[in-house]
Design a binder for this molecule. Structure first.
Ligand SMILES: *Cc1c(COP(=O)(O)O)cnc(C)c1O
Ligand SMILES: [Zn+2]
Length: 419
């Protein structure tokens, strides 16, 4: 266990516990008592000074090792996770009427989603404890990400996915050599079976909400955004919300840098859910306890009806003075195409939801056009080609004749004009 961790705190009962590697959830509250890891910032401050960032650092999340909960023994053996590009948008910003917009393309991670930031930490925590098998349930990305990162480190994985997991993610899982359990049911069903199996076999648990180390991995996306913007992050950061761990991680990253005095404000967070599955949004707006929802959206990565981490997510949005919005599937697909056409960035539906949410927040006056914004694209479009294929026009096959091509091009030009 690393010495810079001060304590673990339960997000339900607020009791504090001495840091220990095998503690997953609150011993008093049980499975819903998600723990938050608190650092000893005074100690970390002596290492992570502004000049720390002037040295050559690894071009992956290990550049933030003093703020991570792994001990550093195995960091040179992992896939290279993080340090993904942050693009300053010109064309998309103009389209939305924004002055300043950045796109953090986390689809550029080794298994093409932000989940790699958490998975690589889970793998190292398992390795530090000498555990050889890791299990998780997932809507897809956590699974394919765990499988890839574990494979690189010589660990075994058992993965539980719902029946509807998209093909791109399943192919990755199979290629990375996991034991794949496709559960006849939704994500909630996959989660329940994984929990029973983890208890039975004593596998290492990579279920993101339950394992407090995973938010610590996910927070690196915020550390990177801050560093890539020269420690002057944008007014807003927009991210889609499923279980709620990602947005909690984004907050934790900015909070860490704020505590260390490296940034002087924490961006406001805009959390985006899908209209067909918005339990955290509803709890945020109504200020009432969360109600389990149906999972009726094509954005599979955020189709989480019984989110595991609503408290951390709601705390993050509120503490940042942020907001939440919902978006329709149609708007998600529209913005997926818009992002591709204006910036050349390919998002899966759940990732494009964040951009759709930004549009909505601009329309509703939640975000002003003069405010600066970073949108996190959490996963790559090749994860789910079938859903995207359904919403784009078919492909034309033609004879290899120049005349045919010329008449096709003219027709296209006409169509463009008529639009
Ligand atoms: C997991 C995931 C999210 C949401 O993260 P949560 O921690 O479940 O809130 C968003 N987008 C993509 C692509 C994801 O894989
Ligand atoms: Zn508790």
């Amino acid at each position: 266990m690393k010495k810079d961790i001060a304590y673990y705190e339960c997000t339900l009962c607020q009791k504090r516990f001495a840091p220990q590697d095998d503690l997953m959830t609150c011993p008093i509250c049980g499975e819903r008592g998600i723990l938050d890891i608190a650092f000893d910032y005074d100690k970390i401050k002596t290492v992570m000074t502004p000049s720390y960032f002037n040295k050559p650092l690894p071009e992956n999340i290990w550049r933030y090792l003093p703020l991570l909960t792994v001990d550093g023994r195995f960091t040179s053996e992992t896939l290279s996770v993080g340090w993904t590009p942050l693009y300053e948008s010109k064309r998309l910003a103009k389209h939305l009427g924004l002055e300043t917009l950045y796109i953090k393309d986390d689809g550029q991670n080794p298994t093409q989603s932000l989940k790699d930031r958490a998975s690589v930490i889970a793998c190292l925590k398992a390795k530090e404890q000498g555990i050889e098998t890791i299990a998780c349930s997932s809507t897809g990305n956590a699974a394919s990400s765990l499988a890839g990162n574990a494979s690189r480190l010589g660990l075994n994985t058992v993965i539980f996915v719902p029946k509807r997991a998209p093909i791109g993610k399943l192919i990755q899982l199979k290629t990375f050599g996991s034991t794949l359990i496709k559960v006849n049911g939704d994500y909630q069903a996959a989660y329940r079976l994984s929990k029973a199996a983890i208890d039975h076999y004593q596998w290492y648990n990579r279920n993101a909400a339950v394992n407090p180390h995973l938010v610590e991995g996910k927070k690196t996306v915020a550390l990177e955004i801050a560093e890539q913007l020269d420690f002057k992050p944008t007014d807003w950061v927009v991210v889609s919300v499923g279980d709620g761990c990602t947005i909690a991680g984004v907050y934790k990253g900015f909070y860490d840098f704020y505590q260390l005095g490296l940034i002087d404000k924490i961006p406001q967070l805009l959390g985006v859910q899908s209209q067909g599955c918005a339990p955290i949004y509803k709890a945020f707006i109504s200020e009432k306890p969360l109600e389990i929802s149906a999972e009726d959206t094509l954005a599979d990565s955020i189709a989480v009806g019984d989110p595991r981490n609503p408290i951390k997510a709601l705390n993050a949005v509120r503490a940042s003075k942020g907001q939440m919005v919902t978006v329709s599937d149609a708007s998600i697909m529209e913005h997926l195409a818009l992002l591709g056409q204006t910036e050349g960035v390919f998002a899966e539906p759940a990732a494009a939801a964040s951009l759709a949410g930004l549009s909505k927040a601009l329309d509703e006056g939640i975000i002003q056009k003069t405010e600066s914004v970073t949108v996190i694209i959490t996963g790559n479009g090749l994860k789910d080609p079938n859903t995207i294929l359904e919403t784009i026009e078919g492909f034309t096959v033609m004879e290899p004749k120049l005349d045919d091509l010329i008449s096709y091009m003219e027709k296209e030009k006409e169509n463009d004009k008529n639009e």
